[in-house]
Structures are given as C-alpha cells and as structure tokens.
Design a protein around this ligand. Structure first.
Ligand SMILES: Cc1cc2nc3c(=O)[nH]c(=O)nc-3n(C[C@H](O)[C@H](O)[C@H](O)COP(=O)(O)O)c2cc1C
Length: 383
C-alpha cells in the first residue's frame, strides 16, 4: 500500500547565508562518509569478532565519557538537514530515532542526539533491577543482517535510571522512556505486572526531559510482556496507565507478527483511552522467516532469543500500511524494523509512518547512517 511521500517541514537555505550553510553541511557529510567507511571497512571486521555485548559495553562507556565533548557531533551530525517534524504535539528535529534496547540504562541519552538522532528512547526500563536473561544475550547474524536478542529487559531499574538522567541536562533533547514490567519470577500475575509498569511511569511522568513514553507490550524475551497483547489485559493496562494523567504522548510498541485483526482491536482499545501513538514493531520470533540464513540458524539452534534487522522489515512495513489504511489520521505511527539505508526508511514513510526508529542498521552500517537518512529525506523534499 503506498501513500503520500514523507512530508516534514522544510526550510530551504537561501542566499549567501544559505550557501555557507550548504558548504558546512557538505563538509560534515564528507566527514560522516569517511567515518562510515572507516567503521565498515576497518573497525567492524574487528568488532564483529568480539562478543557483541562486550563491544556494546565498551562503546557505551566511551560514548558516555565523550558526551560533553563536541567530538561525536563533529564526526557524525550537526544540523545537516531540514527535516524537522511535529507529531502528537512533540517537535522532532528530525524523524529518525534510536529504538528501545540500545540505551537501556540511559547512559547514551545525551550522545544519541550528537550522533544525529532526532529522538531517542531509553529502556526498556522496569521498576526493579534485573541482570538480564542468561548469556549469550546478543549474537550477530551477518548473512541474515540480524541480531539474535535475548536480553529480557536487562535494567538497572527505574529509580537508578531516573537518577542518572536527572543530571544529564537533556531539556532540549527529545528523549522517551520505554516501559515494561520487571522480568523476574515474583512478577507473575497481570495485576503485579500492571503495578510494576505504573511504578516506572510514575517515576518519569513529571520529568521535564521525558517528551514521550513507549508502552512495551511485545517483548518476546520477557515472561509477562506479551500477555498484554491479549485485549482484556491490554485494556486493564492502558486504563491504569492513562489513569495516572500522564501529559506526554504514549506510543504502544506492537508485536511484528501480530494478526491484523488483533492489531486493529488493540489500536481501537488504545484510541478509546486517548492513546494515539503506535510503533510497528518489535523483534520477530519465527525461525522460518525467509530473511534468516539457514546456516546461521543452524549455528544458533540451541540459543534462545528473537530477531532484529532484516527479518523484521516486511512485517513492520505491512503493519504500518495496514494500520494507516484502517485508522487514517487518528493514529501516529513510528516505523521500526530493518532500516539499513535511506531507501529502507523511505519505504516506511511511504507505507504511512510519521517517524522511524532503528538499532540494527546502525550496528551494521555505522552511526553515519542516521545523517544519511536525514540527508536523503532533505534532498527528496527539495526535489
Ligand atoms: C540489542 C537489542 C535490544 C532490544 N531491546 C529492546 C527493548 O528493551 N525494548 C523494546 O521495545 N525493543 C527492544 N529491541 C527491539 C528494537 O527496539 C526494534 O524494535 C527491533 O530491533 C527492530 O528494529 P531494528 O531492525 O532497527 O533493530 C531490541 C533490539 C535489539 C537489537
């Protein structure tokens, strides 16, 4: 199903000032291209030999240490494009976001914008701390352009994450919090899980830096999460959450492999409680997905987990198109899953997404991907 092309607000550069902006932008683009090429040709072959979670931890440490320097934005971002957009009353400096799961404890909340993201989700955050499911929690599958993920809401817990974010000076950033229920055996009923969600919403709802929330009901690696794909449980959760009178918009993070009729029922229910944002979507579970390489599947056959990246692409696009068609302008849609290029992002906008998010594409292609997507959108709008 194809729709009108991405329509952001454009402010074309004009005159002498415009030329110097274009020159500065072209310098930044050259640097970003160089950084991207160095990442893919030199760094990535080495990094991909090392355990994925270790690499992630090293980059998180490094990124957080550099958050007050200009180095990261000098390399990757700056103001390259005029792709600002307003969705559900929030101003996004560009429509490309960091999806939940990369910065689960908020350590990169400041750096994400320096890389070029227009918005970034912290989490999934849970009420209590949890050390994560048994390792290995991340396995790269390069032929499938995917990652096998089994983190299961590894989190320092809402109180610790809020304490960290409180001192990061994020007022002019567009940060969201993804909320889930703690993945521990004690949280073993719908009512306990709902209380757990509410605790985290309550911690963050008055924080000035939290511009939006994600309500995660679709993590296939956490025991209770998918129970909220059931319409009755979902209604109880959404009514309890909206009962907190949260002023920020909420985006429900949906499962990738959900049937259309079930997705429609959840969207309808959310709308009846005033929740208008949806993210399509989370990881896929189906090991028969045609994007998964058979040899790689064989190697990981004894490991638990679910898949990001390329295998999520088509399902996400189909859901975006379907829900946009069914619900028109009543809903705001974030397209998420398998974006590795500006064309992939454009496929989601064309299907009906207002914004897009990614993780796996950045790991495979390099952090300059975000700037490349924004420039692609910018050029598209100018032509
Ligand atoms: C390492 C990793 C951890 C993730 N953890 C979460 C999470 O905690 N909460 C969530 O809603 N989604 C999580 N996801 C799913 C992503 O947010 C996203 O929906 C999915 O990976 C598809 O996007 P991508 O192909 O751009 O990675 C995770 C994905 C990855 C790769």
């Amino acid at each position: 199903m194809s729709r009108a092309l991405y329509s952001g607000n454009t402010r074309p550069c004009q005159g002498r000032a415009g030329s110097s902006i274009l020159l500065a932008r072209s310098r930044m683009n050259t640097r970003a291209k160089l950084a991207g090429s160095l990442y893919r040709r030199v760094l990535k072959p080495w990094l991909f030999i090392i355990d994925a979670e270790k690499v992630h931890n090293v980059f998180t440490d490094l990124g957080e240490k550099l958050e007050n320097s200009n180095l990261i934005s000098w390399m990757f971002a700056g103001k390259q494009s005029n792709t600002n957009k307003s969705v559900l009353g929030i101003e996004f400096s560009n429509p490309v976001g960091l999806a939940a799961g990369f910065d689960y404890n908020g350590r990169l909340a400041k750096v994400a914008r320096q890389i070029g993201f227009g918005f970034n989700t912290v989490g999934t955050v849970t009420a209590k701390p949890y050390g994560g499911n048994p390792a290995p929690r991340l396995i790269r599958l390069p032929k499938s352009r995917s990652i096998l993920v089994n983190k299961g809401f590894k989190s320092e817990g809402a109180t610790a994450v809020a304490k960290r974010l409180d001192v990061k000076n994020l007022t002019d950033h567009t940060v969201g919090i993804s909320v889930g229920s703690t993945n521990i055996p004690e949280i073993n009923s719908i009512s306990k899980a709902i209380d757990d969600y509410l605790f985290t919403f309550d911690i963050f709802r008055n924080k000035p830096y939290v511009k939006y929330f994600e309500l995660n009901i679709s993590c296939p690696n956490a025991a209770m999460s998918e129970s909220f794909g059931d319409e009755k449980n979902f209604k109880n959760l959404v009514s309890a959450v909206t009962g907190l009178n949260i002023h920020q918009p909420i985006f429900v993070k949906m499962s990738n492999e959900i049937e259309y009729s079930k997705a429609d029922a959840l969207v309808r229910s959310a709308l009846s409680w005033g929740v208008r944002g949806f993210i399509f979507s989370n990881l896929i579970k189906d090991r028969n997905n045609s994007a998964l390489d058979k040899g790689e599947l064989e190697k990981i056959k004894f490991f638990k987990g679910n898949f990001s990246g390329q295998p999520t692409f088509v399902g996400s696009n189909n859901l975006i198109a379907h829900v946009r068609h069914e619900f028109g302008k009543d809903v705001a849609i974030v397209g998420c899953g398998g974006i590795f290029s500006p064309a992939d992002a454009m496929a989601k906008f064309n299907a009906g997404a207002d914004l897009v998010q990614l993780i796996t594409g950045m790991i495979y292609q390099g952090p300059q991907l975000i700037g490349e997507i924004c420039n692609g959108l910018d050029q598209r709008q100018r032509s």
